[in-house]
Design a protein around this ligand. Sequence first.
Ligand code: NAD
Length: 285
Amino acid sequence: MSKILKGAPVAAALNEQIAKDVETLAERGIHPKLAVVRVGERGDDIAYEKGVASRCEKVGVGVRKITLPVDTAQAELTNVLKELNADAAIHGVLLFRPLPKGIDESFVCNTLSPAKDVDGITDASLAGVFAGIDTGFPPCTPSACMEMLDHYGVALQGKKAVVIGRSLVVGKPVAMMLLGRHATVTICHTRTTDMYAVCREAEVLIVAAGRADVVDKSYLSPNQTVIDVGINVNKDGKLCGDVKFAEAEPIVAAITPVPGGVGTVTTSVLVKHVVEAAKKQSMQS
Ligand code: NAD
């Protein structure tokens, strides 16, 4: 039987600290505010937008929602981001991706000022993660994985960590963050051979493949902490992770559930980044 690493207590601890920081900033006349930019009407974007707005409201962070039609021209979208860059009342910007076809996503993302890039979508923010320097912010999901590990006291220094997935949103940045904490990191991907043997060696296993049930018991061993980042819908229409939870739970030392794991923490990390951005911007002005 493994320990179940739920996201709710981690999010609650983060929210408590965020609310205190918001109060302290308010005493100095600073009111952190997030702009949420959505192009089109994707259901998952709308659901996340609602979650973000409600979390912000609970901790006293302002939200400005900007919704653009799906056929918005690239120039119009970049102008919106430039206006937000120049707006001193906005401290962070969340831009939903993927953007509609025909828009150069990399170009648009890099229009955003790294100082307001609270979800790590600019090259400057990602360079900061890779260089271990404080430029912009890391993407929220890998930060949420690190918050989970820290909250539950999982040691990283000198430990063998394996990451499944090499996307710029999750896999690569979380690997760099683990490396920054002195873990010995291996990244697995679709062309890794003997992946189950590599994974069985891991003391910390982060799974971000985006495929339901990709990790079964053959990848697992006792004493492992497993962080399941995947959010998938199974054939019964239910949310599930990338790990076969029922097979993993009797084997490993600790595992995050899906739903109720990393995803629960991601929104709080986003709001934490907004508050940190407001603090940093207040020191520069
Ligand atoms: P992605 O599709 O961009 O990347 C997946 C990566 O996994 C790729 O590098 C691919 O090579 C690798 N991969 C896929 N199948 C594999 C396999 N069978 N074996 C080994 N490697 C494999 O996905 P992403 O954006 O990195 O997201 C990963 C997962 O995390 C998705 O399920 C996504 O929904 C979820 N996600 C969760 C949160 C959260 O808050 N919990 C946030 C963002 C993404």
